[in-house]
Design a protein around this ligand. Structure first.
Ligand code: GLN
Length: 449
């Protein structure tokens, strides 16, 4: 019954929005029984894990941080959740998030904001801010989040924990509520690199229930922990520094920390190369066309008939209107409007089609860079965690994703790991790898930790 001892953190944190202690205790007892019956194949036996609230669970609500799904309990379970439970994990709670994963601060939740455990006056990042905060506060070692444009890596950086976004298709999306299907991927938070590697190991792999899930074999992510020669664990590894990720406008403290890590990588045996990803400055514009376009289509299903809350009106149309206008918050509404606009007949070529073309150019930049180097290293975010309420302009909020959105647009794996603090606030360094290069990325992360 270790689950019962889990401290969800102080109430002001608001990291976990749904939990059921009695159910968690029952699950923990079931795991004890499995162990007693000789089930030795449980790498997470009795380990408490929390899961972002856009990942379907049978016992706890799945609300996506939205009023429109208030009280909604899924009739089925996400594949990632089934895999965690098969590995012996106890799901002890659902974590707070920006509504439908749209945001970078966890301030856009219908259930109130989550605070940063390192500094309660600041945001934990988002949209998976609840999961990042739960790990940073010491409530759990491993948490699941989701990524559409940086939503695991950015909060990991703001909270000083490890966050991994796998290759698109590496982890099943079955049971992950869709935001932008061509970008979405479940990600893992860990207190350490090894915790994140372990979590990824458990959830990775092909799932026949997700048509975009890859058949690619899953290597052992923890076997790379001490690979390489002693003292020079990264000997022979080529790491690129994309110059566009170190702009003059970068917070000098973050630039300083990042460059210190580059020196450390060199001492560990890595070869450092300067590279260029010339279309980087277009990534935010492309992301904020593609993601809302897909979201406007995916969110059409929340109509007051099929899921969650219904506000009845006079006839179907009025029911839709009342349910949706009362159920979605302002950021989600903005995305739906933006998405339907860029997909509309007269504007499709000018926006959506153009964005997909530029997306291909961004992918080509990465393909070229990975002809020369094995990994890329960059800052995860342009600034440390900002104070609650400090960013009210949506466009300014979107700029938090400037270094992270590219991995989602191209489908490559990426991770953030803590690289120290500036003015007491955590800073994250980002490693990016070619498709299915998680092991190489984790190898560098293990060596840096
Ligand atoms: N901040 C980005 C957005 O608001 C990314 C969100 C995410 O990765 N889920 O869309």
């Amino acid at each position: 019954a270790r689950a019962a001892e889990v401290n969800a953190g102080p109430a002001w944190l608001n990291a976990i929005i749904w939990s059921d202690d009695a159910a968690a205790v029952r699950e923990a007892e079931a795991i004890d029984a499995r162990r007693a019956a000789g089930d030795g194949d449980m790498p997470l036996a009795g380990v408490p894990v929390v899961v972002k609230d856009n990942i379907a669970t049978l016992d706890l609500p799945t609300t996506c941080g939205s009023r429109i799904l208030d009280g909604y309990v899924s009739p089925f379970e996400a594949t990632v959740v089934s895999r965690l439970r098969a590995a012996g994990a106890v799901i002890v709670g659902k974590t707070n998030m920006d509504e439908f994963a749209m945001g970078s601060s966890t301030e856009h939740s219908a259930y109130g904001p989550t605070r940063n455990p390192i500094d309660p006056a600041r945001v934990p990042g988002g949209s998976s801010g609840g999961s990042a905060a739960a790990v940073a506060a010491g409530a759990v070692r491993i948490a699941l989040g989701s990524e559409t444009g940086g939503s695991v890596r950015q909060p990991a950086a703001f909270c000083g924990v490890v966050g991994v976004k796998p290759t698109y298709g590496r982890v099943s999306r079955y049971g992950l509520v869709a935001f932008a299907s061509s970008l979405d991927q479940v990600g893992v938070f860990g207190r350490t690199v090894d915790d994140a590697a372990l979590g990824l190991q458990v959830i990775a792999g092909h799932d026949p229930r997700d048509a975009t899930s890859a058949q690619h074999e899953v290597p052992s992510y923890r076997a790379v922990a001490n690979a390489g020669t002693d003292g020079q664990p990264l000997a022979g590894l080529k790491i690129g520094l994309p110059k566009e990720y170190f702009p003059h406008s970068l917070d000098a403290r973050i630039g300083g920390r990042t460059r210190a890590v580059v020196e450390h990588l060199r001492r560990l045996g890595a070869e450092i190369h300067d590279v260029s990803l010339p279309h980087t400055d277009l990534a935010i514009a492309v992301y904020y066309i593609v993601a809302p376009a897909e979201a406007s289509s995916n969110l059409a299903r929340f109509d007051g008939v099929r899921f969650g809350r219904r506000v009845a009106g006079d006839g179907l149309r009025e029911t839709y209107e009342r349910t949706r206008s009362g159920g979605f918050g302002p950021e989600v509404t903005r995305r739906i409007l933006l998405g339907t606009y860029v997909l509309s007949a007269g504007y499709y070529d000018a926006y959506y089609k153009k964005a997909q073309e530029v997306r291909a150019l961004i992918a080509r930049d990465f393909a070229h860079a990975f002809e020369k180097v094995d990994l890329l290293f960059t800052p995860t975010t342009p600034t440390p965690a900002f104070p609650l309420g400090a960013v009210s302009d949506p466009y300014e909020m979107y700029l938090s994703d400037i270094f992270t959105a590219t991995a989602n647009l191209t489908g490559i794996p990426a991770m953030s790991l803590p690289i120290g603090r500036v003015d007491g606030l955590p800073v994250g360094g980002q490693l990016l790898a070619p498709h299915f290069g998680e092991a190489a990325m984790l190898r560098a992360a293990y060596a840096l930790e």
